[in-house]
Design a protein. Structure first.
Length: 407
């Protein structure tokens, strides 16, 4: 093995590694023996020089992301085996065996023991997002491993890391194909034309905007929650707030909703929502979409909805914004609870990692008290199994949701 720079921890700071937590914070480091570059593979030792782990070094609060608790070669075969293990688990879930499902998460960072790496699979196209310099610097190995492991089921690899690197990172990637670009069908004509990928999620069709869409192009993590919503939509007037690409709206319509309204402040999102609704229901008459601010819409709407979905973007990405985020969740849930019809269902979510399940539930509790409605919890929701959470990294459970019955 190559000689690696040593990261020496302060006495007692090795305890988190004994619990297999994959992060080392900068404050836990006693000294760095030698020069170290951002993204470099380093050896972590305790105050007495005993081996603890191998990881990628980076500038910032999280100084080292652990990739192995064993002193083994970190080479191409290491990464190929990691991706193979991720695929094996998805196969065990039956994701590859379902003809009506060809979109899922293949690698979920710490959840798959690959901190700093997310890979989503869209009907043959793997979309990568690198969240650490260390992972970005080995992207060629990741692409090669994907090609070898996925074989003919992989048509191309697209990188969407332009906005995911740490703030102080020395690397500033641009989005683009990491393999030859595939021939993609186009939507629209002239200047309005753009390439698209169409995926199937439990038989529902969705147009994926790889190039300008949020995250890797689609909110895959809400798949099972959308399916649950479909089962509760029959005959209801449904409001899908923060609709983005209209995922919940399409499922509600398939579930037999009487009326579906989709709301998002982004005109681009509304355009894509309408395209996805039309793709599934060419002659639809009971769906309408509005490009308007969510709070403005909630303030001005009447009590015509039996089912409301609140799936806002993360109100807080850092602990410094936690209090404001909790107030935001309380405010928007209170508005929905005040306006929803008696006997209605509220599907409400938080995708903020720094907002715990307990804090989110407290915000919704406060909203319920202020709205003076009798509220029961029917379901407590999270991310689907292809977004696994490591037992040793509970921070990976970022998606929280509640299904409420409102009397």
């Amino acid at each position: 093995m190559e000689v690696l720079t040593k990261i020496v921890l302060k006495s007692g700071k090795e305890q988190s590694l004994f619990r297999l937590h994959p992060w080392i914070f900068s404050g836990a480091i006693k000294q760095i023996e030698g020069n170290v570059k951002e993204g470099q593979l380093v050896k972590v030792v305790d105050n007495k020089g005993n081996f603890l782990a191998l990881g990628h070094y980076q500038i910032g609060s999280i100084a080292v992301r652990i990739i192995s608790f064993k002193e083994i070669p970190i080479d191409y075969n290491f990464w190929k085996e990691k991706i193979s293990a991720s695929l094996k688990m998805r196969n065990a879930l039956g994701l590859f065996k379902n003809d009506n499902l060809n979109v899922y998460r293949l690698v979920n960072a710490e959840g798959d023991e690959m901190p700093g790496l997310v890979i989503d699979f869209y009907n043959g196209i793997a979309v990568t997002q690198f969240h650490s310099i260390g992972m970005y610097l080995i992207k060629d190995q990741i692409v090669q491993a994907l090609q070898e492991v996925l074989g003919n089921s992989l048509t191309a690899v697209y990188d969407k890391s332009e906005g995911t690197m740490p703030f102080k990172a020395i690397v500033r990637p641009t989005n683009g194909w990491l393999t030859p670009s595939p021939a993609l069908p186009q939507t629209g004509e002239g200047e309005e034309a753009w390439e698209r990928v169409i995926v199937s999620e439990y038989g529902n069709k969705f147009i994926i905007d790889l190039f300008e869409g949020q995250k890797t192009g689609f909110y895959i993590d809400q798949r099972e929650n959308r399916k649950l919503l479909e089962q509760n939509s029959y005959g209801k007037n449904v409001l899908n707030m923060f609709c983005y690409t209209g995922g919940f709206s399409v499922y509600a319509l398939h579930g037999g909703a009487k009326l579906v309204h989709s709301v998002d402040s982004s005109a681009k999102a509304i355009e894509l929502t309408n395209k996805n609704v039309s793709l599934n229901f060419p002659e639809i008459k009971n769906h309408e979409a509005f490009a308007v601010d969510a709070f403005e819409y909630l303030n001005n709407m009447d009590d015509k909805y039996d089912l409301i979905i609140l799936d806002p973007p993360a109100f807080a990405k850092h602990n410094t914004a936690l209090n404001n985020a909790l107030q935001g969740y309380k405010k928007i849930n209170q508005k929905a609870l005040e306006k929803i019809r008696k006997g209605g269902f509220l599907f409400t979510f938080s995708c903020s990692q720094v907002v715990s399940k307990e804090n989110f539930r407290k915000s919704v509790f406060a909203a319920s008290v202020n709205a003076r409605r009798k509220v029961s919890i029917l379901h407590q929701l999270s991310q689907p199994p292809d977004h696994p959470v490591s037992m040793y990294h509970p921070e990976g459970e970022y998606l929280k949701g509640l299904v409420l019955y409102v009397e």
